[in-house]
Design a protein around this ligand. Structure first.
Ligand SMILES: [Zn+2]
Length: 181
């Protein structure tokens, strides 16, 4: 038997043992949780640390709920590894796998959390209707670029660019206004 075959054999034995353990812990989690129909969060109702993290015992050690859930649901996630599990929803006790993310280390986790929770890009906060509203607020109601930036969640430069018809171009709007003036 080549060394490789030995490795594969060991891995299979370990995986099936892991799977039994995962199944038992999954049952335990499901038995002590409730689903929230509004958010689809699966909320664990068991033990908590002082920091507000749910804790789960696996064998001799106690782990954070995120970690245990990721280990159950994501095939390659290692409970004892460097890999990181994190939430993409607002409920710390949730273990819905759809609300969990995994990363290979802390820096990848931070990038992912940032990406997933980042507010939408300024350019995407507008559409044609909103650009028209913004212009009307400026030309009819004298709202300044500063005020409009706050109202529409834009930078002042972006608001100014819309007012000056540089972005979200709408020549017809300016033509109409010229005719009315
Ligand atoms: Zn959730």
């Amino acid at each position: 038997m080549s060394p490789l075959e030995v490795d594969v054999y060991d891995l299979n034995v370990r995986n099936s043992r892991d799977q039994d353990l995962k199944d038992r812990i999954y049952e335990r989690l499901m038995g002590r949780s409730e689903s929230d129909p509004e958010t689809s969060c699966q909320v664990y109702l068991g033990a908590w640390t002082d920091h507000g993290n749910a804790k789960i015992r696996v064998g001799q050690r106690v782990f954070n709920l995120n970690r245990v859930a990721a280990w159950i649901f994501f095939e390659t996630f290692e409970l004892w590894g460097e890999n990181i599990a994190f939430h993409t929803c607002e409920t710390p006790a949730c273990f819905n796998p759809g609300h969990l993310g995994v990363a290979k280390d802390i820096s990848e986790a931070l990038r992912e959390i940032h990406r997933l929770r980042r507010p939408r890009q300024p350019g995407r906060r507008l559409n044609k209707e909103k650009a028209t509203q913004l212009r009307l607020r400026h030309f009819d109601e004298e709202a300044t670029a500063n005020i409009l930036a706050t109202e529409f969640g834009l930078s002042k430069t972006s608001a100014q660019a819309v007012i000056e018809n540089k972005t979200w171009k709408d020549d017809a709007f300016y033509e109409r206004r010229k005719r009315c003036a």
